[in-house]
Design a protein around this ligand. Structure first.
Ligand code: ADP
Ligand code: MG
Length: 649
């Protein structure tokens, strides 16, 4: 037997192919036992096809002679080499043939066929041949035994390999399924990779742009740093300058405080002097104003009203007025001598000529109005017959012409303006306006809005104390409107004009037969000095002062007019009496005799400042009424009310 060639060291691939071709006994050395199985099956098949041969090999001695001619070993090649050996009828390599038998037979064959008679020789040949066959049978039997002994492990190995094959097929199936899954996963991952690549691309471009930005920002930062350094340097300089300025400010603040205190003292001094000036002028003053002759009115005879020059000529405002009654022609008719013209001279605090402008008039009353801001109650009346110019003086002319604005709009404008200036001195003011009319001793609110509750009509507006312990008087159910600018006051005046009761009289088509009282309650406070002052400013447009017309009939309309006139005259005479009583310091002042004086009592008392305009018509036909008005005003002018005291707390 030839030694097995030393197994070469092979690569796994080569090894695998070798194993496929040359399965070994060791199961572990073969990973693909298919061929091994095939070999087994082939062996089985050969075995099945040649049972007879097997039996011969198994029994040995019972082999029929006919079968001995063909060696059975040739049908079971162990290897390819062995198969080749069998085909070539050579003895198998593992079992050497008995050389002597073969050589004798071969020698005999070569010697030719024995003659028929040489039975002994033939027998001898047969014996030789038989013994050769026996030897060969023994060899084959041994080989058979050996093959049988190797068949068991081979079958075992085949089973192992089959199990292994199954497991590998299973593994392969699983691997294939896994591969499919992996492929799907791979596809998904591919898509994801693509997606991520796109994202990456976007991010890269973003990063690039951000890098560019960063570069730009770095540049900017450099620039800013430079600027910051400059600014810091400037700031340091500024801080130093500021410290210096602060020291200066502190010094200035001390100076300012000192000056503010001085200013306050001066302000109080100014108020005091202003008050003294007003007192010197008189706490009750009377100004006379003669209106011009209006277009369409008959020109009065020359000298009817005369304005004698004052002691200082035309440089000083006029204070004198003379009324001359024309001579009475009727006297000559009845045979008597005509009565000579009578001259009536009057002297007032000031006389305004017909050509006086509204602003000139206001200039003379502005300081008086301003006293209200200092806490002095102020009352300005317009007295005169209907059509003499009272409303013109108080409210202004028609058409909203600013040049023709009267005392009320000018006074509020002046007060608002002065109050604003006084804010700089630490004063703050509030203003509340009301506007009522007194008609036939009935009070009516002139600020009631259209459609609003007309509660004050029907005698519901009454004069009451503002509250328990208060001396201030208010009109119940009347509007008290806070105002802070001229426009607000103007709209109130417009509303009042619409609401005012206007009655036709024979003297003037649109004469007011009622007193209208515009009241501005002023409150001021100085927080620094803890000062408070309150005072009312009253601007009163009195009803026409004309006397009862003896020509009135006894009809219902005339009776109504008679009642109106009596009420007006009564209240006007009460006003005169009140002023007289105050002037004479009488213990009883008849404020309650009329609604007008009752309402205004706080603005008429000793600490009040009063101004009366007596308005005169220049017409001859109004001579008597003008004379009456001037006489009434003269009486008032002679009154002196005690030294005024400001309502200060
Ligand atoms: P009263 O109110 O006394 O009845 P008004 O003020 O209504 O009188 O004046 C009567 C008319 O005279 C009005 O048309 C008014 O415009 C006009 N009038 C009054 N005073 C002047 C004046 N100083 N200058 C110009 N017109 C005046
Ligand atoms: Mg009027």
């Amino acid at each position: 037997m030839e030694p097995e060639p030393e197994p070469q060291k092979l690569s796994p691939m080569e090894k695998g192919s070798m194993e496929l071709k040359m399965p070994s006994d060791k199961a572990s050395s073969s990973r693909l036992p298919v061929l091994g199985l095939g070999r087994k099956r082939r062996l089985d098949k050969e075995n099945a096809l040649e049972p007879e041969k097997k039996r011969i090999r198994g029994t040995g001695t019972t082999i029929p002679m006919s079968c001995l001619k063909v060696p059975t070993v040739a049908t079971m090649p162990r290897t390819k080499k062995q198969v080749t050996d069998v085909k070539s009828r050579k003895p198998i390599s593992t079992i050497p043939a008995p050389k002597p038998a073969v050589s004798s037979t071969t020698a005999r064959k070569g010697a030719g066929k024995r003659p028929a008679w040489d039975v002994k020789g033939q027998l001898c040949d047969l014996r030789e041949e038989f013994s050769a066959c026996q030897v060969q049978a023994e060899v084959l039997t041994r080989e058979n035994l050996e093959l049988r002994s190797r068949l068991g492990p081979a079958e075992q190995q085949a089973r192992t390999l089959e199990a292994e094959n199954k497991s590998l097929i299973r593994e392969l199936t699983e691997a294939q399924a896994q591969t499919k899954e992996d492929q799907l996963e791979l596809v998904k991952l591919g898509a994801r990779v693509q997606e991520l690549e796109e994202f990456l691309h976007t991010q890269e471009s973003l990063i690039q742009s951000m890098q560019e930005k960063q570069l730009q920002l770095q540049e900017d930062r450099k620039d800013l740093t430079t600027r910051l350094e400059i600014q810091e340097k400037q700031l340091q300089e500024s801080v130093a300058a500021l410290a210096k300025s602060q020291a200066e400010i502190t010094a200035q603040a001390a100076l300012l405080a000192e000056r503010t205190e001085n200013l306050h003292c001066l302000e109080m001094e100014r108020r005091h002097l202003l008050n003294q000036l007003q007192e010197l002028k008189g706490n009750i003053r009377v100004f006379c104003r003669v209106r011009p002759v209006l277009p369409g009115e008959p020109a009065p005879p020359p000298g009817l009203i005369f304005f004698p020059p004052g002691p200082h000529g035309d440089s000083q405002p006029s204070t004198q007025l003379s009324l001359t009654r024309p001579s009475d022609d009727r006297c000559s008719i009845i045979g008597k001598l005509p009565s000579p013209p009578i001259r009536y001279d009057f002297s007032f605090d000031q006389v305004f000529l017909p050509d006086s402008r509204q602003n000139e008039v206001f200039e003379e009353v502005s300081l008086l109005v301003q006293s209200a801001l200092d806490g002095y109650p102020v009352c300005i009346f317009a007295y005169g017959q209907t059509g003499s110019g009272k409303t013109f003086t108080m409210e202004g002319g028609p058409g909203g012409d600013p040049q023709l604005e009267g005392l009320i709009p000018r006074a509020v404008r002046h007060l608002f303006s002065v109050a604003k200036k006084l804010e700089a001195h630490g004063w703050s003011y509030t203003f509340v306006a009301s506007y009522v009319e007194i008609y036939n001793e009935t009070i009516r609110d002139l600020l009631v809005r259209a459609g609003g509750a007309q509660k004050c009509q029907g005698g519901e507006c009454e004069i009451r104390l503002a509250g328990p312990g208060s001396k201030d008087l208010i009109v119940t159910n009347a509007q008290y409107v806070p105002v802070s600018c001229e426009e607000e006051v103007k709209s109130l005046l417009h509303l009042a004009r619409q609401n005012r009761a206007v009655a036709r009289t024979t003297q003037n088509e649109q004469s007011s037969r009622s007193h209208s009282v515009f009241q501005l309650q002023i409150s001021g406070k100085h927080m620094g000095q803890n000062l408070h002052c309150t005072a009312p400013l009253n601007l009163v447009d009195l009803a026409g002062s004309e006397r009862l017309d003896p020509g009135l009939s006894t009809g219902p309309a005339d009776r109504e007019r008679l009642k109106e006139t009596q009420a007006i005259n009564s209240s006007l005479s009460t006003l005169g009496l009140v002023i007289m009583a105050l002037s004479n310091k009488e213990s009883h002042v008849p404020y309650r005799n009329s609604k007008l004086t009752y309402l205004l009592q706080n603005s008429l008392r000793g600490n009040a400042k009063m101004l009366m305009f007596v308005n005169i018509s220049p017409l001859e036909e109004n001579f008597s009424e003008s004379l009456n008005s001037l006489r009434f005003a003269s009486k008032v002018n002679q009154c002196v009310i005690g030294t005024a005291r400001a309502n200060k707390k």
